[in-house]
Design a protein around this ligand. Structure first.
Ligand code: ATP
Ligand code: MG
Length: 254
């Protein structure tokens, strides 16, 4: 199985001095489901922003290393060009247009892939509503009135609407009830299996992420400190205690 994404020796700085990532390497196989774990400030979001071209909006830059997508180097390309190639980033914070309906939010996302996307809108809506029945029920509601879980589903749905080849998801479970967070991860796993969509998730809820991902990486203060198949990481009992801090340990549920 080839790699959809390969990051090699990536170092990222913000401004002149703050080093957020220090020579980090990771890979997402084609059709793979990979989790990037770590405590607050470990550099997880920075990794996703480096991959999707969002660093430049925060005065960040790649200082060293390579990012290769489908065999081509992509570091430094602008985010719109990366979206057209199929890299879609669901940012932390569930960005949706609050005064637009669910359907309008989805439709607005179709621009992300530009002219290259052959649109078959009805079919695409149906597919997304098939994955997220909760959204289907609220398709004509304003997004601002949705629950947190529904807004997260909509944020993911918007990325799917742009027909990604690599989906980056930052802290999908943050602030959601455990049952809703679990539901969202089950849906991501189903999309990964059925559409062979490559997925890289960032999570503080270690057990939730490792239940669905096949492989995991752990960052600590910008450095990669652990990696392995999800089952083996889950077995390392003090993983959360050593690298993820009290908050993550508190998150972890059986
Ligand atoms: N825009 C920015 N400007 C300067 N420093 C930043 C910026 N964004 C992040 N940092 C710093 O880079 C480091 C990594 O931050 P990052 O947001 O990637 O961590 P994270 O693992 O996503 O944390 P969290 O779990 O809190 O979301 C931190 O030290 C943070 O303070
Ligand atoms: Mg983050």
């Amino acid at each position: 199985m080839g790699a959809a994404l390969e990051v090699a020796g990536l170092s990222v700085v913000y401004g002149a001095a703050i080093e957020a990532l220090d020579q980090v390497s990771l890979a997402v196989p084609e059709g793979g489901f990979v989790a990037l774990l770590g405590a607050n400030g470990a550099g997880k979001s920075t990794m996703l922003k480096a991959i999707s071209g969002l660093l430049r909006f925060e005065n960040g830059r790649v200082r060293a290393g390579r990012i290769v997508f489908n065999g081509e180097p992509i570091a430094g390309l602008p985010s719109f060009a990366l979206a057209r190639r199929g890299i879609l980033h669901v940012r932390e914070g569930r960005f949706v247009f609050p005064t637009m309906t669910v359907e309008e939010n989805l439709e607005a996302a179709s621009f992300a892939r530009g002219k290259r996307t052959p649109q078959a809108p009805r079919r695409v809506y149906d597919e997304i509503f098939g994955y997220f029945p909760a959204l289907a029920r609220r398709r004509s509601s304003q997004a601002g009135y949705l629950s947190g879980g529904e807004q997260q589903m909509l944020a993911i749905g918007r990325a799917l609407f742009a027909m990604p080849e690599l989906l980056l998801v930052d802290e999908a479970s943050l602030g959601l009830a455990p049952k809703i967070a679990a539901e969202i991860f089950s849906i991501l796993a189903r999309i990964n299996a059925e559409r062979r969509l490559s997925i890289l998730v960032v999570e503080q809820n270690v057990s939730l992420a490792l239940r669905h991902a096949a492989y995991g990486y752990v960052l600590e203060s910008g450095k990669l400190v652990q990696e392995g198949p999800a089952a083996s990481l889950m077995d390392r009992e003090n993983l959360s205690k050593r690298y993820l801090g009290g908050q993550a340990a508190a998150h972890a549920s059986p």
